[in-house]
Design a protein around this ligand. Structure first.
Ligand code: SF4
Length: 506
């Protein structure tokens, strides 16, 4: 078999990956040059794999001269050049190799196996390496497996976020009308990259999961809903759809785009955006979308993260990783006080503290906001990675862990999130619209030394209990947890100054 050079290319690699690909292609005589998606677990680092026979060498951030020399070596001697190689792996593989080298060693390989290894849109390679799981059984086989398994949805854009998928599948199956499947990849948060990474690296897995869902529900259409700015994810998804539809019997699949805004990823606002609404507002639930969704049809909305889990769960009869009550893995993006943000995969039940093995901190760790922009503040990461584990620790479950150091101010961290809530809510309900503004004012009172902490507690409770959608309910979380954990530091602003000098805007 001809030697192969694989060059990872995701949005974060920018023009570097294109340039490496151009140089490798121009140099290669016998060597096959492939573009693959981002290697989940490697962070934003550019990765190049060189494979000769059963040996693969991995290179981080190679310069163009090194790529030229790798291709020359493969062409002339069919050998992996050893200088600058991060590690070599000595067996043939159909997935990204496991390794002892950080950061790749921290990340488990279950849903992320094809990422960075298989060509994103090549259905033949996908069939050969993994097979289309949706072809493995009839609809009743899929339904029976999922009814018997407490697989939970991943991400805030999933209609079954943190609850068993079957809860919504059963409703859609029992409701009259033509069901439809929406893949909600609109993950517009400051650090949330997991859904984008899956669509850039292994869109065929996501389509396989969407088809499994469609077959189980007898759905007549699949829509992949993306953020309009994610051009690479859209391009690869459209390429994968073309090959998938040509090779597999599936209902029509199309891509729809929506605004690049946090709100547009909420389940019912995603549906409104696909329907073409000019102004997005959350819909009252119930009825759930699985009962009355897109154009009144029963609609099941899953994120790419959920669909990738579904595919792996049904791929074999083996016991899945993770816990029996929350099987599978979670993709976690670690950001904040780190040199390079990274997305890694951990089995449910793992200690969240493992994420620190995969990153280089930029200071002494003080705590984290766990669960994305509206996550919960914690001092310790000894939290089980699972829906219940996160909830018990008063954290969010949206898969982003933003670390912060002793040089950073908890009041600023909380304040930035309250400002985000005040500036980005849809305005439909008074609690969220006015409550978030009121919280901004209350936080500023800490600078005068006379904050109304009782009102602060009441307001966060009202926001979390009476907001119409998850945006308002979750927006209360950073301030409630931050105030409980760091109240003395909030009060240290009484003289009008921030002790760490980081929140002068407040
Ligand atoms: S909670 Fe906020 S975002 Fe949700 S409907 Fe109410 S105003 Fe809109």
């Amino acid at each position: 078999m001809a030697p192969v050079v694989r060059i990872s290319h995701g949005r974060s690699h920018g023009s570097t990956a294109s340039e490496l690909h151009r140089i490798a292609t121009a140099t290669a005589a016998e060597t096959t040059v492939q573009t693959v998606g981002p290697a989940i677990g490697a962070g934003a680092r550019q990765v190049v794999f060189a494979t000769s026979g059963e040996t693969t060498g991995l290179y981080f951030e190679p310069a163009t001269e090194l790529v030229t020399s790798i291709v020359h070596s493969l062409d002339s001697a069919d050998a992996i050049p050893t200088p600058d190689v991060a590690f070599t792996h000595e067996r043939s593989m159909q997935e990204l190799p496991a390794t002892d080298e950080e950061p790749l060693s921290t990340s488990h390989r279950w849903v992320s196996g094809p990422a960075g290894w298989l060509s994103p849109t090549d259905i033949d390679t996908y069939q050969e390496a993994r097979g289309v799981v949706a072809n493995s059984g009839d609809p009743s086989w899929i339904r029976d497996r999922i009814e018997a398994t407490p697989l939970r949805g991943r991400g805030r854009g999933d209609v079954a976020a943190d609850i068993p998928l079957w809860n919504h599948w059963e409703t859609a199956i029992e409701t009259s009308g033509e069901p439809i499947v929406v893949v909600n990849a609109n993950e517009t948060t400051p650090y949330g990259h997991a859904d984008r990474a899956l669509l850039e690296s292994t869109p065929l897995s996501v389509l396989d999961g969407a088809l499994l869902t469609a077959r189980a529900l007898n759905a007549s259409e699949i829509i992949v809903y993306c953020t309009e700015r994610e051009s690479l994810a859209i391009e690869r998804t459209e390429g994968a759809i073309e090959q998938f539809e040509a090779a597999v019997d599936s209902p029509p699949i199309r891509v729809a785009t929506g605004p690049s805004s946090y709100l547009a990823g909420e389940v019912t606002m995603a549906i409104e955006a696909i329907e073409g609404a000019d102004r997005l507002e959350a819909r009252l639930r119930p009825p759930q979308p699985s009962e009355w969704g897109l154009n009144g049809r029963p609609t099941v909305v899953h994120t790419p993260r959920t669909l990738a889990q579904l595919v792996e769960l049904l791929r074999t009869d083996d016991t899945p990783p993770g816990t029996s009550g929350d099987p599978g893995t979670r993709l976690l993006t670690v950001a904040g006080a780190v040199e390079t943000p990274i997305t890694i995969e951990l089995p449910t039940g793992s200690a969240l503290s493992r994420v620190t093995d995969a990153v280089s901190l930029t200071g002494r760790l003080k705590g984290a906001c766990v669960g994305d922009i509206f996550g919960g503040l914690v001092r310790s990461l000894e939290i089980p990675v699972s829906a219940n584990g996160f909830r018990s620790a008063r954290c969010g479950t949206n898969g982003v862990i933003e670390l912060f150091t002793h040089d950073q101010c908890p009041l600023a961290i909380v304040g930035n999130r309250v400002t985000f809530a005040a500036e980005n809510n849809c305005g439909r309900c008074v609690t969220c619209r006015e409550g978030s503004k009121q919280l901004q004012k209350l936080l500023r009172q800490f600078y005068g030394g006379d904050p109304d902490t009782q009102l602060l507690s009441q307001l966060t409770r009202v926001l979390s209990e009476t907001s119409l959608c998850a945006f308002g309910r979750d927006a209360a979380r950073p301030i409630a947890t931050g105030f409980d954990l760091f109240e003395p530091e909030f009060h240290q602003h009484a003289s009008g100054h921030c002790p760490s000098g980081t929140c002068d805007l407040y």
